[in-house]
Design a protein around this ligand. Structure first.
Ligand SMILES: Nc1ncnc2c1ncn2[C@@H]1O[C@H](COP(=O)(O)OP(=O)(O)OP(=O)(O)O)[C@@H](O)[C@H]1O
Ligand SMILES: [Mg+2]
Length: 285
């Protein structure tokens, strides 16, 4: 019975394939490629001619760092937009051609405390990001939100405004447990706060093709997702030091450095196809 409810709540299989504008990359685990997926998907979208906004909701500021920018140099950030009602255009910076960022830095680490300690001022604390995004949404084809590795008020704001969530899954021993937790959290949140929220899919990350443990846990995850009618993407992102190198040496996400002869780059294009193969057909003018 409980499973059926979760199925009904978070399934997207068989639903209409249409473009969704606000996509979050989120899970409660650290270091599982949330930022890498955000920035590389943004890179593919930009290569496909789309105008993209990355919203970095993580106080580590790693999305900007991926493009060689120092988040400490941004004077106006997402924190000011959310807490002081500054127009997002005052914080948005261009990162690369048609990729912009609404950046975060250490200030964002105070977001939850500052909101919760002044609830008389912020009487709709889950809606702060939505109010900001509504002001600029029309300027972009897609908005991708990079999330911190925890489940707090930041994630609540993200889930309130997102159409879909991509969930990275590193196949390690305790990963299934935390995947189940985040799926439950999303389904509960959907019921209470955002009925149109969907899980776009679960994506295996940092996969070592030679590890039998990895393939065993991935299989278990596929079976679990199948039973719950949740998409698990066919694409997996393999473990590779070349990805880390692209960020370190080229100051860009790998997708904007390497070409498509590289298997790892193809993995991001494949993920793009799986997440965004629902662009609406172009209609005649
Ligand atoms: N395919 C890959 N193989 C191995 N390492 C990678 C790969 N892609 C990215 N990395 C490196 O893995 C580390 C973690 O990646 P990333 O920062 O994207 O994870 P995250 O989930 O955003 O982490 P956090 O929870 O701290 O925000 C980074 O140092 C990144 O450069
Ligand atoms: Mg990150």
């Amino acid at each position: 019975m409980k499973n059926t409810i979760i199925n009904d709540i978070i399934t997207n299989r068989g639903s209409d394939r249409k473009m969704e504008k606000v996509i979050a990359v989120s899970t409660n685990k650290g270091g599982v490629l949330k930022t890498s997926i955000t920035t590389n998907l943004a890179g593919v979208l930009a290569r496909e001619g789309k105008k993209v906004l990355i919203i970095d909701t993580d106080n580590q500021g790693n999305a900007a760092i991926t493009f060689g920018k120092n988040p400490d140099n941004y004077e106006v950030t997402l924190y000011d937009v959310l807490l002081d009602g500054i127009h997002p255009n005052k914080a948005i910076q261009n990162l690369y051609e048609n990729i912009d960022i609404l950046p975060s830095n250490d200030d964002m680490g105070f977001f939850e405390f500052d909101v919760v300690s002044q609830l008389n001022k912020y009487n709709d604390p889950l809606n702060l990001l939505k109010i900001a995004i509504d002001l600029i949404k029309e300027n972009y084809d897609v908005i991708i939100i990079d999330c911190p590795p925890n489940l707090g008020l930041v994630l609540g704001n993200v889930l309130k405004v997102s159409n879909e969530v991509v969930i990275p899954f590193q196949p390690e021993v305790y990963s299934m447990r935390s995947l189940q937790k985040i799926l439950k959290q999303i389904s509960d949140f959907k019921v209470q706060h955002n009925p149109s929220l969907k899980v776009s899919g679960v994506i295996g990350t940092l996969v070592d093709g030679r590890s039998s443990l990895h393939s065993q846990i991935l299989q278990e995850c596929r079976r679990f997702c199948f039973e719950k009618d949740i998409t698990m993407f066919e694409t997996i992102i393999p473990k590779s030091v070349r990805f880390a190198n692209a960020v370190a040496y080229e100051k860009l996400p790998a997708i904007l450095v390497e070409n498509r002869t590289n298997n790892l780059i193809n993995a991001y294009y494949d993920l793009y196809e799986e997440v965004f193969n629902r662009w609406p057909e172009k209609t005649e003018a």
